[in-house]
Write a protein that binds this ligand. Structure first.
Ligand code: ATP
Ligand code: MG
Length: 222
């Protein structure tokens, strides 16, 4: 899916105080691209990812997803777009500790009213794709960091989203494991998915087709 951010501003209000976090951001990402977003802590990377992922809205400006202006959509429609088209991966994996790898991948599908049999089949397939066939019944505390992140990626791709958003997905991993996880994203990108990765790691940014640098809410270089 193509992503078109046009003159986007984001301002947070705390009491009487306004903080402008994104200032006039314009960014177009074509269908099937793999892009890294870099920049110092607090520069607005996660804020931008939240807007791209339809978890939040711009204060001003427009965001078109596959040519459709999301500004006119209500929260329910935005949630539907998010569930159908976007997969999220986070630095801290966000797995539920009491559940197995299989259950963690199944859970979002069960919430979305997928039948339990279909959810189980899809979850198994996604975990096998990520090389975790032998770890399906393991709980998160029995998995290595890289394995946990692969479970989280399986969960993100199980609904076959066309866009994958990963916010510091290698931030909790050693560099070798981080490279392996990056290879998973590259494979997903080769299979046609649009992949956007926030990273502090120049070695990871240099492996993508394109790197966008944000500083103080402004795009510095593309
Ligand atoms: N809900 C909020 N209310 C007020 N300010 C916020 C809110 N969310 C984020 N901010 C502010 O917006 C700025 C950008 O935050 P953001 O999380 O986008 O940064 P980041 O580039 O992802 O940083 P990091 O690399 O540390 O994750 C920060 O100064 C933060 O304090
Ligand atoms: Mg962040």
């Amino acid at each position: 899916m193509s992503i078109e951010i046009k003159n986007v501003f984001k301002t947070y209000k705390n009491g009487d105080e306004y903080t402008e976090v994104l200032t006039n951001i314009s960014l177009t990402i074509g269908d099937g691209e793999m892009v890294a977003i870099t920049g110092p802590s607090g520069s607005g990377k996660s804020t931008l990812m939240n807007i791209i992922g339809c978890l939040d809205r711009p204060t001003k400006g427009s965001y078109l997803l596959e040519g459709q202006d999301t500004g006119g959509l209500n929260d329910k429609k935005l949630a539907a777009i998010r569930n159908e088209h976007i997969g999220f991966v986070f630095q801290s994996f966000n797995l539920l500790p009491q559940y197995t790898a299989l259950e963690n991948v199944e859970l979002p599908m069960l919430y979305a009213n997928t039948s339990p049999g279909v959810a189980r089949k899809k979850a198994r397939e996604a975990l096998i794709t990520l090389g975790l066939e032998q770890r399906i019944k393991y709980k998160p505390n029995q998995l290595s960091g890289g394995q946990k992140q692969r479970v989280a990626i399986a969960r993100a791709i199980v609904n076959t989203p066309s866009v994958i958003l990963a916010d510091e997905p290698t931030g909790s991993l050693d560099s070798k494991t981080g490279k392996e996880v990056l290879e998973v994203f590259k494979t997903l990108n080769k299979s046609g998915k649009t992949v956007i990765i926030v990273t502090h790691d120049p070695a990871i940014a240099s492996e993508t087709n394109r790197a966008v640098k944000i500083k103080d809410g402004v795009i510095e270089e593309v």
